[in-house]
Design a protein around this ligand. Structure first.
Ligand code: SF4
Ligand code: FES
Length: 235
């Protein structure tokens, strides 16, 4: 454990852990759109901007990808930090003015948001789906085609590699905006325009997982397919 300062308070934190998590542990509210504690930080939304003291000077930086180290000093509520987070929310709002997840955060951070609820489901390029697919599921069915300048926000550049997808639906679960749609009908699941055949539970008969996902689990864990034929409730 090392000592650091957050908003003038001395706190202890694990060296190398991320500062956003420590800030949240202190119950300081910091809504974000691209952070997930199980994933490698991506620094896309900039909603976690804080001021940090480096070489004697204060500068703005994102907290989610800032590692804790001895003597670090952070200000979360300074005028500059609050303004920077509001600006990040404002930019998101201008790009995605009808997406509820964006509107909620923009309102919270003091952006002048037009009245009424949005019903958009834009992809905000937060990267939660691509990182979940790669880092947690381990199949790499989603990647950013082009992460450089000129990303076309009208037409999100997430490449779907159908051959790699096992239909697990983790991307739909983690997507903060509802852009990733997953539909189920009887023994079929549709996601990213790929149709998956669902396996029925041997005990209750309920369709519970895509056959491709079970085959993937069997392949990677060595558990025979026959032992994966019951749903969680019937096990
Ligand atoms: S599809 Fe959803 S999770 Fe993936 S980058 Fe877009 S908003 Fe984020
Ligand atoms: S949560 Fe830190 S940049 Fe999005």
């Amino acid at each position: 454990m090392v000592n650091m300062m957050i908003d003038g308070k001395s706190v202890q934190a694990k060296e190398g852990s991320n500062c956003l998590q420590k800030i949240r542990d202190l119950r300081i509210d910091m809504p974000t759109l691209c952070y997930h504690e199980e994933l490698i930080p991506f620094g896309a939304c900039r909603l976690c901007t804080v001021e940090v003291k480096a070489n004697g000077k204060w500068k703005l930086t994102t907290a989610c990808d800032l590692p804790v180290k001895q003597g670090l000093e952070i200000k979360t509520a300074s005028e500059k930090a609050v303004e920077a987070r509001k600006l990040a929310a404002e930019l998101l709002y201008y790009q995605y003015p009808t997406t509820p997840a964006v509107l909620d955060i923009a309102r919270k951070l003091g952006v002048d948001v037009a009245p009424g609820a949005g019903d958009g489901h834009d992809c905000i390029l937060c990267g939660l789906c691509t990182r979940t697919c790669k880092e947690i599921v381990g199949v790499c069915a989603l990647t950013f085609q082009d992460r450089g300048l000129g990303r076309d926000v009208e037409n999100p550049q997430i490449a779907f590699i159908a051959d790699n997808c096992i239909g697990c639906g983790s991307c739909a679960y983690v997507c903060p905006t509802g852009y990733v749609k997953m539909e189920s009908l009887d023994d079929k699941r549709l996601i990213w325009n790929k149709v998956f055949k669902m396996a029925a539970c041997d005990v209750c008969g309920r369709y519970f997982a895509p056959v491709e996902q079970l085959a993937y689990i069997s392949r990677t864990t060595g558990v025979p397919m026959a032992r994966l034929s019951t749903c969680v409730s019937c096990r």
